[in-house]
Design a protein around this ligand. Structure first.
Ligand code: HPA
Length: 248
């Protein structure tokens, strides 16, 4: 079964026919909110709002371990995360949708593994390809079928937040090879891998990164929210096709 973790601007899926909601508990505490069980184009999906339905949980306080653990417990084997990002690379301008293929972790102090005791056997997650190549392909094929342009690949810089970046930090991330910047990619991506979930991200560029384009004096969050809102329909049409045009 597929789960969708929605970020800013995608706290609900209007075309999701909800069958029931369920509050989950895990050994790691409670997920960000009740899981919405439903159907999207007659295919079963679970939807979770990463920041809570009232958008009250900041990126560094999201219980990533509980979110993914509870999805795994429900029999989920594929997770598509939807996230907003700031664009660093010149072609990643506001409104562009991108499916990243690499990630760099700049977060700190987050619970980033399930192997945090000394008495269970652990694995070293093989993070060479952080996102599921098969699920990425499926998203890209679906986007192309519904004629939604989507950039194939890019490096996601995961920052701690909740503050935005300084212009010098963005320059540093660019020197490191990053193409976009967001606050929720880690540890979500690696926790999904520890649970052997197929995981990929649809990133929506909602602003030029700090110091770039029209963000030279700062990022206009109202514009960013409006850009996220305008992109939601396009993301939804891609997701609908992922579950129904291209099932398997
Ligand atoms: N920086 C960090 N996270 C973000 C940004 C940004 O510019 N835009 C959306 N999420």
């Amino acid at each position: 079964m597929l789960a969708i973790i929605g970020g800013r601007g995608l706290t609900e899926l209007t075309n999701l026919k909800i069958t029931h909601r369920q509050v989950m508990r895990t050994p790691y505490g409670e997920p960000s909110g009740a899981f919405l069980f439903g159907t999207l184009n007659e295919h079963e999906v679970i939807f979770l709002a990463r920041h809570g339905f009232g958008h009250t949980i900041p990126p560094h306080l999201v219980n990533y371990r509980a979110n993914l653990w509870a999805l795994h417990e429900q029999g989920v084997n594929k997770v598509i995360s939807v996230a907003t990002v700031g664009g660093i690379r010149a072609d990643l301008t506001p409104g562009v949708i991108v499916v990243p293929d690499q990630i760099i972790d700049y977060t700190h102090g987050r619970d980033a593994t399930y192997f945090d005791t000394r008495d269970t056997r652990y694995i070293n997650a093989n993070f060479t390809l952080p996102y599921s190549p098969a699920l990425r392909e499926r998203i890209l094929r679906s986007a192309s079928k519904v004629q939604q342009p989507c950039v194939d690949g890019g490096v996601y810089a995961a920052t701690q937040g909740p503050r935005l970046d300084s212009a010098a930090e963005i320059n540093r991330y660019e020197r490191d090879g990053a193409d976009m910047v967001g606050m929720t990619g880690m540890p979500e991506t690696v926790l999904a891998m520890e649970l052997e979930l197929n995981y990929a991200t649809i990133a929506v560029v909602v602003n030029h990164a700090a110091g770039r384009g029209d963000s030279k004096q700062g990022i206009n969050m109202e514009h960013a929210s409006a850009t996220a809102g305008a992109a939601v329909e396009r993301v939804r049409s891609i997701l609908e096709c992922v579950v129904s045009c291209d099932a398997g």
